[in-house]
Design a protein around this ligand. Structure first.
Ligand code: FE2
Ligand code: FE2
Length: 269
């Protein structure tokens, strides 16, 4: 068994989320000693997508692969970035003709390779191609290429995420949910060795509704009309999962979700 530690960071929201992450990365590296870092960056620029500038900052901070999601398409600057950079992914199962790709294989200086795959769910989301069949097609192509395969499953419904975990159990190292911005309490290693969590949670402002200013989010619900979302600013937390994979078998050894700093759960402090 050769342990390979990986840090996976959940949806970074706003420049406040990006700044906080870049500031905390050295500390996180010291704490976890990851050999690879993957970050979901779909919400960095005003909650929608990212451009080359923010991607470069993340790569300079030691990030190996950036995944995204449904919000990436709302930022026009993201399209040339997706087309140009192999390590900035978008969900693989969008219709053909869109720029970018949903899978990348990174070979580290040590010669070790790992792949990252991104897929998007369809329940309560765009009616794109089947993520399960897209996973099959991609995994067939990855045979013999890399044993360690991480899947970012960007989906809304827990049922679809859990189903994907079971569908890929034993075929990939980890299925990590993103998109709902709320960390779930179901992290586990499935029977055939795949690490799973429905959602790793958000890196961004928690004095908010999923990263957006709470008064605007409440007004939208109360009035049932459009009000432009704005990224919130306060109570910024870093959220993600720390994984240890076995380099030899590609199976997961452990998964540990984290949120830093922890939220207040008692007034007796
Ligand atoms: Fe998101
Ligand atoms: Fe999303």
């Amino acid at each position: 068994m050769r342990p390979f530690p990986i840090l996976f960071i959940g949806d970074v929201v706003g420049f406040v989320g990006l700044r906080a992450l870049l500031k905390e990365l050295p500390g996180l590296k010291e704490q976890f000693s990851p050999r690879a870092i993957v970050v979901n960056g779909e919400n960095i620029v005003d909650g929608k997508g990212l451009s080359e500038k923010e991607a470069d900052e993340l790569f300079a901070g030691g990030v190996d692969v950036i995944t995204t999601g449904n919000h990436i398409w709302e930022n026009w600057k993201a399209r040339p970035l997706l087309a140009a950079n192999r390590n900035v992914l978008r969900p693989a199962n969008y219709p053909e003709g869109n720029p970018g790709r949903g899978v990348t294989t990174v070979t580290l200086q040590s010669g070790v390779s790992f792949s990252v795959v991104q897929l998007q769910g369809r329940a309560y989301m765009q009616n794109i191609d089947c993520p399960f069949r897209a996973a099959d097609t991609i995994l067939n192509k990855l045979v013999g290429k890399s044993k360690m395969i991480l899947v970012d499953f960007h989906a809304d419904a827990s049922a679809e995420k859990i189903a994907m975990g079971w569908y890929l159990d034993g075929r990939v190292s980890a299925v990590l949910g993103t998109h709902t911005h709320t960390q779930t309490a179901d992290a586990q290693i499935l029977p055939e060795g795949t690490a799973f969590i429905s959602d790793v949670g958000m890196t961004g402002p928690y004095d908010s509704v999923l990263g957006m200013k709470k008064d605007i989010a409440i007004r939208r619900l109360l009035l049932q009309t459009a009000h432009k979302y704005e990224t919130a600013e306060n109570d910024v937390r870093i959220c993600g999962a720390f994984l240890v994979l076995d380099e030899e078998s590609g199976k997961a050894i452990s998964i540990e979700p984290f949120m830093t700093p922890r939220p207040r759960t008692t007034t007796k402090e």
